[in-house]
Design a protein around this ligand. Sequence first.
Ligand SMILES: *Cc1c(COP(=O)(O)O)cnc(C)c1O
Length: 385
Amino acid sequence: MKKILFNSPSVVGKELEYIEDVIKERKISGNGKYTKQTQLWFEERYNFRKCLLTTSCTDALEMAAILINIQPGDEVILPSYTFVSTANAFIMRGAKLIFIDSSPYHPGLDEKLLEGLITDKTKAIVVVHYAGVACNMPYIMNLANEKNIYVIEDAAQAIDSFYVNQDGSRIPLGSFGHLAALSFHETKNLNSGEGGMLIINHEPFMKRAEVIWEKGTNRSSFFRGEVDKYGWVDIGSSFLPSELNAAFLYAQLEKITDIQSKRLELWNRYYENLIKKGVDKLVRLPFLPFYATNNAHMFYLVLDELSTRTRLIHLLKSHNILSVFHYISLSTSDFIKYQHPESYKICNFSDYYTDCLLRLPLYYEMTFEDVDRISDIICEFAKEK
Ligand SMILES: *Cc1c(COP(=O)(O)O)cnc(C)c1O
C-alpha cells in the first residue's frame, strides 16, 4: 500500500538554478537581488504598500509587535484557535492577551464577539485567516478604525487568497491591516523551508520597519545614499533571511499559478467525492463564507467528537495515510493557566475544533488517485459510524 504523507514541500522549477546563481555571485547574506525581486513581486502583484522578507512568519509578527509599540498592559485581541506564534509575538513585549472564540461555522474568529472585548486599553486586533479563508475584514477594519485600534493580519496561510466585495471585485488578504504577515514554512502553499514576510500597509511604519529589520540600524538608508553613515538608531534584530532562501522562494513564485491550481483541483476532488457520497450529512466539510475565496491551503473535516476523530486517524494510519489535527486552544494552555491566568478563558468553539478538526493530506505532488483512496476510506467510515 502506497504511503501517503500528510505534507511534502513542493520543489517546482528553478530552485537549484537560482541557488547556484547566488553561490556563483558570492552574495549570500540577506537583502540581495532575490530578496528585492521577491519583495517587488508581492508589491506589484497584490498591491501591498511595502514588503520585507523575513526568516519566518513568526519573525514578521514579532516585528509587527515592535512597530505598534506594545507596552506592558496594552491589550491585544487574538483567536484562541491559532498557532502559538500569533500570541508569542505580543506577549513577549508585555501585552495582555484577550482571546476571542471561533465561529460556530468555521474555525476562524467570530467577529460578532469583537466589540464586547474592546476596552480603552485595546491596542490591536490580530486576525488569523484560518485555512486561507478571509475574516470579515471590512467589518473588522471599520470597528478598529472607529476605536483607533491597529489591525494585524496573521496571513500565514492566506497567500493568494482574497476578500470578495459585493460587486465581485477582490481584495488580497494582507492588504487590509496596518500590518500583515505571510509564511513560507514548508507546510504552506509556497515555501522556502523556513520563511516569511512582513507587509506594511500603514505609511508611518515604513521607515521604522526597515530599521527594525536591519538590527536597529539605518543601514538601508545608508545604502540608498540618504544618510552618510550608518549606525544604531532603534531596537531591532536579525530578521532578514539569506539570499539562498530568497532564491528558492523566488523560483516558487514563478510557479504560483501551477501550484495554486493543482492544490485547488485536489481540494475540489476531495470536496466533490465526499459530497457525492453524502458524507457531508455525517461529517462537516470546510465552510467558506460567501465573501471568501479558497486558496486551497487546507482540507479539513470536523467530526462529532474526539473519540470519532481518534478512530479515523487510526483507520487512515492502518491504510498508510497520515492525517493530523492541530491547535490546542491557547486560552486554556498550561502556559496561560500557570503564567498568565489573567488571560485564561474557556472558548467553547475553539475547544470544539481542538477536539474534532482533522486535516487531510494536501500537497502539490499528490495525485487524484491518492485523494480518491482517502475519500473512499472516509465514506466507509462515515457510513459505519
Ligand atoms: C504557519 C503559521 C505561523 C508561523 O509561521 P512560521 O513561518 O513557521 O513562523 C503563524 N501563524 C499561523 C496561523 C500559521 O499557520
